[in-house]
Design a binder for this molecule. Structure first.
Ligand code: MN
Length: 253
């Protein structure tokens, strides 16, 4: 592989060998977004990646954790936002286990989007389980495209919702379980290639029977290359170019 890989959603701080997995990504030149689930994780993620070229930390407040000290967590998140270019994991989860906190999740997500819009220039990694329409409604109402970029992580919506997300300027970070799910065939048919990024969502996915690590994102690159009838190397080049384009503020199509 002659091009740098991109793992745009990985929970590095949930690995037992956190520091080692950071070094591994950096050595391999995998552009890795280290998402977090609580703003309390920011300081250490930030300190360990500050001097690095390929690994970047994201300031998160996971929707599944809303309900536990939410006011305090949000306050800390707000204080740290000026330090962060990347925001995540954030979003909504209306699945059966988290539905009871959905109203509170919406308030948190609304506040996060509002502050990101005010700050400008943030890149958001967004979780949307059984809540894609609401997430897109809120993004459309609160975060204009010129004020920030939304990357939908592990998208699980319908083709119509995907089309709407594309029209709103969203990117999609995709992983191997999504790509090997036949139900997603129509979905991948309508996401423009220049809106695709790759992710592992490690350690929550597995590669060769152990938790995926950022370098395992090659699996998603290979699956995407088959889908788009190109080579893994060309697909890796495309994904790296998409990331560059996203960061330069250019949304192509
Ligand atoms: Mn995640």
């Amino acid at each position: 592989m002659t091009h740098n890989l991109v793992d745009f959603h990985c929970h590095l701080d949930l690995y037992q060998d956190f520091e080692n997995v950071i070094k591994e990504s950096e050595r391999a030149g995998v552009y890795t977004l280290a998402v977090t689930t609580t703003p309390r994780a920011w300081q250490r993620n930030h300190a360990l990646t500050e001097e690095l070229k390929y690994v970047r930390p994201a300031l998160g407040l996971h929707p599944q954790l809303v309900g536990k000290n939410t006011a305090q967590e949000l306050k800390l998140w707000e204080q740290l936002l000026p330090q962060a270019k990347y925001v995540g994991e954030i979003g909504l989860d209306a699945g059966p286990d988290y539905f009871r906190t959905l109203d509170e999740q919406k308030k948190v997500f609304e506040r996060i989007l509002t502050l990101c819009a005010a700050a400008g220039g943030k890149v958001l990694s967004v979780h949307a389980i059984r809540s894609v329409s609401v997430v897109l409604d809120m993004v459309e109402a609160i975060l204009p495209r010129a004020r920030g970029v939304v990357v939908l992580h592990w998208f699980s919506g319908t083709p119509a919702q995907a089309r709407r997300a594309v029209n709103l300027g969203c990117y999609f970070s995709v992983n191997t379980p999504m790509l090997y799910n036949e139900r997603n065939e129509a979905l991948f048919g309508l996401i423009p290639t220049d809106r695709l990024l790759t992710e592992t969502d490690g350690p929550f996915t597995r590669s060769e029977n152990s938790p995926s690590r950022p370098k395992d994102v090659i699996g998603a690159v290979k699956a995407l290359s088959e889908l788009r009838h190109t080579t893994p190397d060309q697909m890796a080049e495309q994904i790296a170019a998409n990331l560059k384009n996203l960061l330069s503020g250019g949304a192509s199509s």
